[in-house]
Ligand binder design. Structure first.
Ligand SMILES: NC(=O)c1ccc[n+]([C@@H]2O[C@H](COP(=O)([O-])OP(=O)(O)OC[C@H]3O[C@@H](n4cnc5c(N)ncnc54)[C@H](OP(=O)(O)O)[C@@H]3O)[C@@H](O)[C@H]2O)c1
Length: 268
């Protein structure tokens, strides 16, 4: 695969015609990396938008995720076939393990199924999501034995959850960090340090949060339904923060994890 795009488009909580319209607006704005999941129940609408554009399929990076309760070998194969059908695609670029929840997630069994999907051309790259450093290393070991790599760990990451240790861990191992909830589900927008940097650059708080994430080499996937938000977020690619801005945001010590579903999430 060519390198992953610097920014992607999130689709959680988008449904029906709103979802198709938002994905179309995102494609128009320039996004080529689209993030969905079995759990979001919108793969068909994402697929509709992809089918409706004139952008060639190979320019897109389309990612979906296998839900935590269908991670047994045969369930992975079956549920991914359903995802592809809903998306109207022959393959996805990234297939993630959505959550490493035991006993459904059994690294050898689950990742063997993922590996088979790569061999059959249904999946270009294996991804993991919500994996801690230890879980990442375990999955890398299993994939290596199968002759495969892991392209990314998709985790919550924004100025209020800086993920310093995990970020370094992934960088050392050559995995991308795909940053979900990169606006902290709006909570990052009012953080004084973010507001201060936004004022200095005549940018929005959202753009500052996204530019800071990108400056650290991670890939934010903001979700937006509002067409103005969709475009504004993509334009964060043009915002260049200086060393002082980065240092100021790095210095935020408040930690707020927003996504932590009981009995599904790992022991962070
Ligand atoms: N792997 C996982 O377990 C996992 C978990 C959570 C999320 N994700 C992925 O990450 C994506 C993004 O995360 P998220 O949806 O949780 O949160 P987010 O992207 O941090 O925030 C989305 C919220 O911010 C608003 N917003 C977007 N752009 C804005 C702007 N420029 N100014 C002001 N408000 C703005 C949106 O409003 P409007 O919609 O009204 O525009 C929406 O309410 C998800 O959609 C999903 O694809 C993955």
């Amino acid at each position: 695969m060519r390198r992953l795009p610097k920014i992607g488009f999130g689709t959680w909580m988008l449904s029906g015609a709103d979802c198709t319209a938002a994905v179309l607006a995102a494609i128009d704005a320039g996004y080529r990396f689209i993030d969905t999941a079995q759990y979001y129940d919108n793969e068909a609408q994402v697929g509709e938008a992809i089918a409706a554009t004139t952008v060639p399929r190979e320019e897109f990076v389309i990612a979906t995720k296998v839900w935590y309760d269908v991670l047994a070998h045969d369930d992975v194969l079956k549920s991914t076939a359903t995802s592809l059908k809903k998306l109207g695609l022959k393959y996805v670029d990234i297939l993630y393990v959505h959550w490493p929840t035991k006993p459904h997630y059994n690294p050898k069994e689950t990742l063997k199924a993922f590996s088979e999907l790569v061999d059959r051309g249904k999946v270009r790259h294996i991804g993991v999501s919500n994996f801690t450093p230890a879980l990442v290393d375990e999955a890398i070991g299993v994939c290596e034995a199968l002759g495969k790599g892991i392209i990314a760990d998709q985790v919550e990451h924004h100025p209020l959850l800086q993920q310093r240790r995990l970020r370094e861990h992934l960088q050392e191992r050559g995995l991308a960090l795909v940053a979900y909830s990169p606006l902290g589900r709006r909570r990052a927008l009012e953080v004084p340090e973010i507001v201060q940097v936004a004022k200095k650059h005549g940018a929005s708080s959202g753009q500052v949060s996204l530019a800071w994430i990108m400056d650290h080499g991670a890939i934010p996937i903001p979700k937006a339904k509002d067409p103005a938000h969709i475009k504004e977020n993509f334009d964060a690619l043009d915002l260049k923060l200086d060393r002082d801005d980065i240092a100021l945001i790095d210095s935020i010590r408040v930690e707020r994890r927003l996504i932590n579903p009981p009995s599904i999430a790992p022991d962070w």
